[in-house]
Design a protein around this ligand. Sequence first.
Ligand SMILES: *Cc1c(COP(=O)(O)O)cnc(C)c1O
Length: 433
Amino acid sequence: MKLPPHLSTRDGHLWIGDHDTVALAARWGTPLYVTDEDRVCACYDAYRKALSCYYQDIKILFAAKANGNAAVLRALAGLGAGADVFSSGELHLALRAGMTPDTLLFNGSSKSPADLALAVARGVTVSVDSLDELHQLQAIAAQSGAIARIAFRVNPALEVPTHPKIATGLATSKFGIPHAQVPDAYRLALSCDYIRPVGIHCHIGSQILATDPFARAAEVMVLIAAEITDIGVDLAFIDLGGGLGIPYNHDSDPAPTPADYAAAVMPVFLEGIHTAGIAPQLWIEPGRSLVADSTVLLTRVNSVKQAHRTFANVDAGFNLLIRPAMYDAYHEIIAANKANEPNSACYTVTGPICESGDILAKDRPLPFLAAGDVLAVLDAGAYGFAMASQYNCRPRCPEVLIKGGHSALMRRGEVFDDITATMVDPPWHLRPS
Ligand SMILES: *Cc1c(COP(=O)(O)O)cnc(C)c1O
């Protein structure tokens, strides 16, 4: 199996950076998420370098929903990244991680009045998803006498090759304003006293393994940009969203890099803005492709069972990594303490959750396993811990960050008291004393 540069096998064990995953599992316990900060930074640098070969004025906004640990956001903030935030919580998180309001974009198809008020109060640009939202934002901004900076989220009506649950730019999608209504939306925005349209935004979907859909989206966006420039919008940025996929199957998935992305998108972008006679900043919003492969989920085998298949029952399930159950996603799995042993057996790797669908991997060639072995689930850094739950009353596991020779908790593991901490006894359940 092909490994990214920060993963290696040494002395029969899987290593991440300078750390033996088996030793990490012994030290911090399992299940355990381990993230390599240097790898996140290298992925960010790859994007920055690839884009700036073509155009200087770029901004990379990390999609905070992919990995919501403040330490990860802080590392990216240190490199100059901003964030795509999709909730008030993510907005607070990004500010806490040291990102400045001018590097954030507040996205979402269903923002509450409180969300809009927070964006206005903090001076964060809002990606407006409907005319109804525009009117609400205008009223909220008027109340505080502030000017709300906005972009409209455009629905470019593109078919993209990915799982239907993560295609977001289809004509039928809940996201964005239909392409044909966009110029009128900007006309309306220009007529609002407390609204300033400064950008235009799209995001066509996630885990896209071809670069052509991004080029087509860029084409649509620069055409619209030209059209709205003509009606008087002074575009400060064009945001092409995120969505570049990663090769979860290390041996068979195509793996477009940020350089491939840039080679497909940038000529279209440059020609489009040249034709329109504008020079806006280019924003992109990668999530998965910045963080997914930085992280392994370490999980220990509780038991093996020979039934109609051979099951390896492990201590992490869809409570900690829901992607296989939710998206039929494939994740490579390595027996971390038997990394040099031949894959002579075949296991279905199942979690501890009381659901038949709690399967991390089906019929996977692996070495012969026994209770106590440690498995590493690869590419778990995006939509992994971020989507974890306490289902089945299971405390969420710790997250460790490594950087060079250092390793430290970036989130402690929850304990049972964390699960009950927010529970309140209704008064009629309390006995009179
Ligand atoms: C989820 C999301 C992203 C990031 O998508 P990835 O596939 O993780 O790169 C970017 N922009 C918006 C608006 C999103 O909703």
